[in-house]
Design a binder for this molecule. Sequence first.
Ligand SMILES: [Cu+2]
Length: 169
Amino acid sequence: MIAIATSGRDGAGLDRGSRIALSRGSGLLAIGLVAVGTWLMSGSAAANTALQVTNARVPPSEEIGINLPLLMTIRNDAAEADAILRVRCPFANFSEKHTVDRGEGAPAMREIKSIPIPESKTTELKRDGYHVMLLQTRQKLVDGEKFTCAIVFQKAGTKETEVEVSRTP
Ligand SMILES: [Cu+2]
């Protein structure tokens, strides 16, 4: 558009005009890329809001190198069931997904591949049910401290989640 307006007077003008047109063009391209980026981000954000993690917490501990349950509430409003595949917290070396078996004897924890998160339902992770076990803590955990853990869902993807050290069971 600019090229047409400024060209036609002389060669220099045409040259300047086409250069302006070129820079305008790359500017528009950049705006276009930002728009696409924003659209992609809002797209994934929209997908992620169908699944909400709240009240993620671990108990306080004076000891280091122990295993602690990570509990949370997960609301899945998506049309399909999801699952927790992995969890990474900065204050623990490893994590496992656990369920609790109730048989003849005392209830016993068992490692499972993933924690099922049914659709259109609220799932509570509990000590006596499905939960994430954080293994080999790296530091003391003081009541009220907050950390960011990455929770990887099969469908909703990675959720960076605030985890609070809390005495609340
Ligand atoms: Cu456990």
